[in-house]
Ligand binder design. Structure first.
Ligand code: AMP
Ligand code: MG
Length: 438
């Protein structure tokens, strides 16, 4: 097949939101699997979980001190303390066999079940040992209110209450709840295995010395890190020269192995842009092997091969045998934006996420953007607080071919299309990257 000219044909740009919609509609959650609770941080729940007991399961002491009848201490002061006979001790994990009678107290430790009869715990610091001879007594130097320092049974959760729903991304807090309620294992969606290729005859492995005219493949490792950052399992499969036959073969093998494939480079309209050629072949939904297998339209075919955005307008995506294939730009900046906008949400959806798109916030622009653009621009930025307001400062070295601003960026600012850029102080929509985005 001739590469010349073929890739240039008729690529019609779709809007970012439409491209995202197409990808999210095409992919499906992967099947659930069982995982140990402690391994479930960051995974997406594939079951509903409920409180299996009231929580706390018994009235629990919140302090070290004495379990008492509050009424016995109503008049207590430092000068005229209430004197209560101590009838026993209860530590965390123990249950006091008797009942606390009026005029008595039980020494109690934090986390222990408050004995029957008692309705308050006086903290140790508000008591003193009575010096008198005879049975052991305690002096209570301040009045206790009923319920003081006691967490009543069921205060936080009632048995049967839903504590996590399918599609929830499990954080350490969920893990704590689920541990409390006895979920030693959970059903979570399988992590997508994502094959990664870098195309480009100029590319060297990261470990190789530079050669004239060549550069190292930094995209593969960046994409692998991005994949892992949203719960996927990265399978970096190396570099491919700009040869359509070889790239096709490698993609077919990868699509058999993995749940999704990401390529970088070769997707624009250059003479050697192999991914553009391959995507064009998929456009009609025609591909030798997929035709026979795929009944559903969404299971096979091009989703988009041009997006109305900067950078990364040639970013493309297709479904092959029911699996997503993303062809991201080779330019590291554009590659990064393409991943964030079109891959991350889909990988979340493949894990069952109930809210796969990024969170966005409105912020004011730190400085003017002079240049207009025919398409929305996604500019790497640092979002922070200034004068009590969220402010987005665009980073320098923001061209799609540049990578200097990649590490610092914690946000992508959307500068709407228009003849002029945007004024300093203008309100802009900001897509959160990194930990804030969940
Ligand atoms: P392409 O999209 O293939 O035309 O590549 C655009 C630019 O990105 C070129 O300057 C490439 O050398 C560079 N590039 C392509 N692939 C990579 C990669 N894997 N790592 C770093 N830079 C790349
Ligand atoms: Mg290239």
């Amino acid at each position: 097949m001739s590469l010349q000219g073929e890739a240039r044909f008729n690529r019609r740009a779709v809007k970012v939101a439409e491209a995202q919609r197409r990808v999210l509609e095409a992919v499906q959650p992967l099947p659930p699997e069982t995982a140990a609770l402690w391994r479930c941080g960051g995974r997406y729940l594939a079951q509903s979980c409920e409180a299996t007991v009231d929580w706390p399961p018994f009235a629990r002491a919140g302090m070290d001190g004495y379990a008492v009848h509050a009424a016995d201490t109503a008049q207590a002061t430092a000068e005229q303390p209430a004197v209560l006979r101590v009838t026993g001790t209860v530590a965390a994990g123990q249950v006091y066999a008797g009942t606390v009678q009026p005029g008595t107290a039980v020494r109690i430790m934090t986390g222990a079940a408050v004995p029957a009869g008692a309705d308050a715990v006086v903290m140790l610091e508000q008591t003193a040992e009575a010096a008198e001879p005879g049975p052991r007594s305690v002096l209570v130097k301040a009045p206790a209110l009923p319920g003081q320092n006691v967490a009543p049974r069921g205060e936080e959760f009632r048995r049967g209450a839903v504590i996590a729903r399918p599609g929830t991304r499990l954080g350490p807090g969920h893990i704590a709840h689920l541990g409390t309620f006895g979920y030693a294992e959970l059903q979570v969606h399988r992590r997508p295995r994502v094959a990664i290729f870098a195309t480009g005859t100029e590319l060297l492995p990261v470990g190789a010395p530079l050669e004239p005219g060549r550069i190292r493949d930094s995209n593969s490792a960046m994409i692998a890190a991005l994949v892992e950052s949203c719960g996927g399992e990265a399978l970096p499969l190396g570099r491919l020269a700009d040869d359509p036959a070889a790239v096709s073969l490698a993609l077919e093998a990868a699509l058999d192995e993995a749940d999704a494939v990401i390529t970088t480079g070769g997707v624009s309209v250059g003479d050697y842009d192999v991914m553009a050629v391959i995507m064009r072949k998929l456009r009609g939904g025609a591909s030798n092997r997929a035709d026979a297998v795929m009944p559903e339209a969404a299971a096979h075919g091009l989703l988009f091969d041009k997006v109305a955005m900067r950078p990364g307008s040639p970013t493309s995506a297709a479904m092959v045998n029911g699996k997503p294939l993303w062809a991201l730009s080779g330019n590291p900046g554009a590659c990064h934006v393409g991943f964030e906008l079109f891959v991350r949400p889909a990988l979340r959806r493949m894990q069952g996420s109930s809210s796969p798109l990024h969170r966005t916030v409105n912020a004011r622009l730190g400085a003017s953007v002079g240049k207009g653009s025919p398409h929305d621009r996604y500019v790497r930025a640092v979002l922070g607080e200034r004068d009590g307001r969220w402010t987005a400062d665009l980073l320098a070295f923001n061209k799609s071919s540049m990578m200097a601003s990649l590490p610092e960026a914690n946000a992508l600012v959307r500068i709407p299309a228009g003849p002029a850029g945007a004024e300093a102080g203008a309100e802009v929509s900001v897509l959160l990257l990194g930990p804030l985005h969940e």
